[in-house]
Ligand binder design. Sequence first.
Ligand code: GLU
Length: 392
Amino acid sequence: MTKARTKTVSPHNRSAGAPSRPEWRNARRVVVKIGSSLLVDRASGQLKAGWLESLADDVAHLVHHGKDVVIVSSGAIALGRNMLAFGKGALALEQSQAAAAVGQISLASAYQAVFKAHELTAAQILLTLGDTEERRRYLNARQTIETLLAVHAIPVVNENDTVATAEIRYGDNDRLSARVASMISADCLVLLSDIDGLYTAPPSSGVASALVPEVRQITPEIEAMAGAAGTALSRGGMVTKIEAAKIALSSGTNMVITSGTVEHPLRALDLGATCTWFLAPSDPVTARKRWIAGQLEPKGSLHIDAGAEKALLAGKSLLPAGVTKAEGSFERGDAVVIRGADGRELGRGLVAYARTDAARIIGKKSRDIAAILGHEGRAELVHRDDMVLSRF
Ligand code: GLU
């Protein structure tokens, strides 16, 4: 395993004068994935504090320019194994979990400290594969991240290694970061790696290879390049990065692989650093709406009155007050069909309440929801971001 070095940005590690891409410049919500080898010095097992400070500097710059930034960071196991003196060899699963439990404290404190220096608040989010697959937990995680972003905090996500056993874990943060990006409809996912992009053959193999600057579709050829380019430098290597790209592209998120071995790696992207862009065929909103409209089987329907129909056509959310009847058997987050007074399908959306609760609040004012249900909930029954209208 080659030790990742930290260098400062110089003309040598960016392509000559290449301008940054609009996919990067115009991104409003960015997820940045940071691999262990960038953050933790392999020989000493210590955190690379200077590098982390340079990253926090870049993140603060983005946040001050109005962007939402979420970090997905590895490094817990790498830090913890040193603290527990587990040596350099392969760890058993339970040792990795113990190391992560110890290292995660240091990792989270390090992020807290570097962001505090920029008057930003870091928030720790630990997720498992199940949290991103199971609807209710997914919605809760998404809501937490949204709430943090709304107050300009920086969510720092890692896998919850303690409870993530072999069969139910990501094991790599490449795919986890793509799921997070998809969950929060990020428009750009940056994989900071120890390699500066996808190559047609592994740069170390001796075979002539070239960097692939742009990928629009994950073809068998692209997968073959990734298979060949597997590297010991990170847990996932290129294979999991291509898996991440599949998730990102289908969610309308552009993804970029670039080198994180330089200080200020995000500023380097501004300066046109060498990288591979994976370009999504649509934006996250369109991809999400397509998913709601076409991929999900509706579990029920909501009949609405003429006033609500008018409000929906004007781009508003569906409030309980405008709903006259709820049919079917649905849970919070399920897809439902929205029908007009005459039964016509007006659209589809993800409902914010389960059928039993919905039945109690339909026809009522949103401000009365807490009193009726005994707990606070969303003002909307179907939020406009979670809705696709079939006619305009
Ligand atoms: N969750 C692991 C950690 O923080 C890392 C997984 C990965 O290397 O992608 O150490």
